[in-house]
Design a protein around this ligand. Structure first.
Ligand SMILES: CCCCC/C=C/C(=O)SCCNC(=O)CCNC(=O)[C@H](O)C(C)(C)COP(=O)(O)OP(=O)(O)OC[C@H]1O[C@@H](n2cnc3c(N)ncnc32)[C@H](O)[C@@H]1OP(=O)(O)O
Ligand SMILES: NC(=O)C1=CN([C@@H]2O[C@H](COP(=O)(O)OP(=O)(O)OC[C@H]3O[C@@H](n4cnc5c(N)ncnc54)[C@H](OP(=O)(O)O)[C@@H]3O)[C@@H](O)[C@H]2O)C=CC1
Length: 285
């Protein structure tokens, strides 16, 4: 990994051919919505679903980024379309789901990959910064989940939700706002997994460890350089690791799985250190 690459992780050309155990074309006819679908993990997930034959509806805030991914996927003869929506705006989210149903008459799987945070000591969080992270990751994910579930309920059709979160179990340093938000999403997902089972809706989470994507640009080169040593495998994961986990839980392979949290972190929750703001002197021995 170079210190300041233009792009971390996969290019669209990589994602078009990266090997997978899943059968190409096996989800033909299905429609999958990936929020944050122009980001590192969301983009890999959209590519994988599209390669499996699904129509990938890709959303994000940046029109240009979304258009670029859609162009790359459709250029390979696969199905994709894009929409600009901020997950923090409930009316915009509801209108977005109206549009998806009007265009496709169905939605089968929702992957919530829109999210992020910035590294800062919790004691220094501003109200605005705290609210930005909670609104994006907890409220935004919830608005998407609820809008999806209402459509499935009203149409009398089953559905499946996968929320991409963060490993919350080991006191991840410098990102307390996101740990609060993601713990909320995990709890919420377990709760509605029960409440929405009668509607035929499954709800699961994937917790990535250190996954090399453009999202890493918000961290210093020193912090990033240590991420590959944050787990016993001594390497970073890649966006395809998370995409394949999302497909497993979201698609028919996960048909008897709901309310589950799948951690994909190379064992980092068991052993390893992650310092998003650098390792403080106090912890150096
Ligand atoms: C072992 C693994 C490593 C750690 C685990 C997680 C890794 C990842 O998740 S990487 C991939 C995720 N991607 C990102 O995190 C993308 C980068 N982050 C963001 O874009 C933002 O943090 C955001 C998600 C909260 C975006 O919200 P937005 O409302 O667009 O945010 P603003 O940039 O407008 O900022 C609002 C407000 O937040 C405070 N703030 C933002 N950045 C910082 C910062 N670097 N330091 C301190 N405070 C920050 C600040 O109060 C901002 O308001 P203004 O001061 O008025 O700008
Ligand atoms: N990479 C990693 O190491 C890890 C990632 N994760 C989580 O996985 C998820 C995906 O991360 P990753 O792909 O790496 O990060 P990226 O930053 O590459 O992608 C995140 C995407 O989220 C979108 N997004 C952010 N805020 C909003 C919003 N308010 N409304 C709509 N879209 C939004 C962004 O789109 P746009 O710029 O167009 O707004 C961006 O494309 C995030 O939740 C992240 O925190 C968790 C653990 C580790």
């Amino acid at each position: 990994m170079s210190e300041t690459p233009e792009q971390f992780g996969f290019t669209d050309a990589d994602l078009a051919t990266h090997p997978t155990v899943y059968a190409e074309g096996s989800l033909a006819g299905q429609v999958v919505l990936v929020s944050g679908g122009a980001g590192g993990i969301g983009r890999a997930t959209a590519w994988l679903f599209a390669r499996m034959g699904a129509h990938a509806v890709i959303s994000g805030r940046s029109e240009g980024k979304v258009a670029d991914v859609v162009k790359a996927i459709t250029a390979k003869g696969l199905k994709a379309s894009g929409h600009t929506v901020d997950v923090r705006e409930p009316e915009g989210v509801a209108a977005f789901f109206d549009t998806v149903w009007a265009e496709h008459g169905r939605l089968d799987i929702l992957v919530n990959s829109a999210g992020g945070q910035f590294p800062q000591a919790a004691i220094d969080f501003s109200v605005k910064g705290w609210n930005a992270v909670i609104n994006t990751n907890l409220n935004g994910t919830w608005f998407m989940m609820q809008a999806a579930a209402r459509k499935w309920r009203d149409a009398g059709r089953p559905g499946s939700i996968v929320n991409v979160v963060v490993v919350t179990t080991h006191g991840l340093y410098g990102v307390a706002h996101t740990i609060a938000a993601r713990s909320g999403v995990i709890g919420l997902s377990k709760s509605v997994a029960v409440e929405w089972a009668p509607l035929g809706i499954r709800v699961n989470c994937v917790a990535p460890g250190a996954i090399e994507t453009d999202g890493w640009k918000v961290y210093t080169p020193e912090a990033r350089a240590a991420y590959p040593r944050s787990n016993p495998m001594m390497r970073a994961g890649d966006a395809w690791d998370i995409a394949e986990a999302c497909v497993y839980l979201g698609g028919p392979t996960g048909k008897f799985v709901t309310g589950e949290l799948l951690t994909v972190d190379g064992g980092g929750q068991l052993w390893g250190e992650t310092w998003t703001t650098g390792k403080p002197d106090y912890f150096k021995t």
